[in-house]
Design a protein around this ligand. Structure first.
Ligand code: ATP
Ligand code: MN
Length: 461
């Protein structure tokens, strides 16, 4: 029976002959018997292979070192040893690939996260990163499940965009012009009419505007794709390339939007707890002893709802010295967000009604003339995990703010058409997939929850 280790540990076919292939984690033993811990990536646990030294070629056993790849067949037996319930009594061992102990970087000892980032090509071989990648898969799957079960339509929004007006962050330019010697207009500017698309283009910072176009026809949609921001922010919570989930719903007001966001995050966490408990337990035991409890608490708790103005009052009254000054009208920094969540409420908080100046042009304006129907979901250890809003559906109000901000209205005509023709209240939000990953894995740096991170000065692998 060819089986993956996850299947063996689930089905426990004791007494049967099983075949597994995988990578050696460790080997120990004596003159009579070798114990090989073998992992095939299907589960965090390795299976113990027992090799009778007399039965195998000396050279073969010598080459079975940490990192080598082998195929093993043998009887599955219950194990008397500590730490495992079953083991394989090897009948045949085939060496598929050696890993020289002198040069293979992942030896038995624990390595720092910083070191592992420098060998991102081998990092998937570690237990920690195996857990991260399995959880990443599970959460991606959960996200599609959640929206699919609610009848949302998955929309693929463009990655290359000609719209320069999303305003969510600094953009990367996309061009086929010779950057050393681009064609020039008479005025001496770069002549983008000669570029591939005949205009200036960038990598998208958000699929929202396109998402809105589709929501105003299909009702409920979501996107789940890569997003790019050229902000030079070297923080543990920002990537230059990250994945974002952006649902957009016609006929949703801010209340509905908040409710959906809360239900959505809880569903994802619950899904991970149900399907990947082994991975979460491993991360809990190795890195963050409060992880499991934190996840279970989050699923059970009701998120706090609070206005920005109330939050400012709490921060001002806290008496705490923050690095960045707290003042009505300025954006909250991560330290403020985390104070509210971790020190004041001890649970996730949804903050709404932000000052309009610090939020995007498309957010619905409140009656007070000062605030907009924005919502940020704030999480412990992370700060902002979701940013969203009810959208301004009134054409005149939208045009007014576009003028005030001196944005290029001509470029936004396509967007304004949704308000011109059959406008309706609608709302949406964006969840940074890696921020969710940070929360579910308990990792403290966003570089450690994506296979090959892109950050300032780093695009290796
Ligand atoms: P922040 O204030 O944390 O920089 P933002 O307000 O710029 O985030 P939004 O434009 O609201 O972010 O994007 C929606 C979501 O995308 C955020 O709530 C966050 O989860 C995620 N996100 C934003 N920027 C990044 C980034 N550079 N790397 C990873 N995730 C990000
Ligand atoms: Mn935001």
């Amino acid at each position: 029976m060819k089986l993956r280790i996850a299947e063996i540990l689930k089905e426990m076919p004791v007494g049967k002959e099983v075949s597994v292939k995988g990578w050696v984690r460790t080997k120990r033993g004596n003159n009579a018997v070798n114990f090989i811990a073998l992992n095939d990536g299907s589960i965090v646990h390795s299976i113990q292979v027992v090799a009778d030294v007399a039965k195998f070629d000396e050279n073969l056993l010598k080459n079975i070192t940490t990192g080598a790849c082998i195929a093993v067949s043998g009887e599955l037996t219950t194990s008397l040893g500590k730490g495992q319930s079953v083991e394989i009594q090897a009948n045949t061992i085939e060496l598929l690939g050696t890993a020289n102990p002198e040069t293979y970087p992942l030896q038995k000892k624990g390595h720092s996260m910083e070191f592992l980032r420098t060998i991102a090509h081998l990092r998937p071989r570690t237990n920690y990163f195996g857990c991260v990648l399995r959880l990443r898969h599970a959460l991606a799957f959960a996200i599609h499940n959640f929206f699919n079960s609610k009848g949302f339509v998955y929309i693929h929004t463009p990655i290359i965009t000609g719209a320069d007006c999303e305003g969510a962050g600094e953009m990367f330019e996309v061009t086929t012009l010779d950057v050393g010697n681009p064609p020039r207009t008479e005025q001496g500017n770069v002549d983008y009419s000669k570029d591939f698309f005949g205009k200036e283009t960038h990598l998208t910072v958000s699929g929202q505007l396109n998402g809105e176009l589709c929501a105003m026809a299909l009702g409920n949609i979501y996107t789940f794709g890569p997003t790019f921001r050229a902000e030079n922010s070297n923080t543990p919570r920002h990537l230059a390339e990250f994945w974002m989930i952006e649902p957009e719903m016609a006929f949703y007001e801010l209340e509905d939007n908040m409710q959906l966001a809360e239900e959505f995050i809880k569903y994802c966490i619950k899904y991970a707890l149900e399907h990947n408990l082994d991975d979460i337990r491993f991360l809990n035991d190795m890195f963050d002893n409060e992880l499991l409890q934190r996840l279970m608490d989050t699923v059970d708790t009701e998120f706090v709802r609070l206005t920005y103005t109330q939050a400012i009052d709490i921060l001002l009254q806290s008496g705490k010295k923050f690095e960045f000054k707290v003042e009505w009208g300025t954006d909250l920094q991560s330290e403020h967000e985390r104070y509210l969540v971790e020190n004041h409420f001890h649970k996730p908080v949804i903050l709404i009604d932000y000052p309009k100046e610090i939020k995007a042009f498309y957010m619905k304006q409140n009656q007070d003339g000062k605030t907009v129907r924005a919502m940020d979901v704030l999480f412990p250890k992370i700060g902002e995990i979701i940013g969203g809003s009810q959208r301004e559906e009134n054409l005149e109000k939208l045009q007014q703010i576009i003028k005030e901000r001196q944005m290029n209205e001509a470029e936004l005509e396509f967007y304004l058409d949704t308000r011109r023709f059959g406008t309706a209240p609608h709302s949406g939000f964006g969840l940074g997939f890696e921020r969710l990953m940070l929360f579910v894995t308990g990792m403290s740096n966003i570089r450690d929850v994506i296979p090959f991170p892109r950050t300032p000065q780093n695009a290796d692998y």
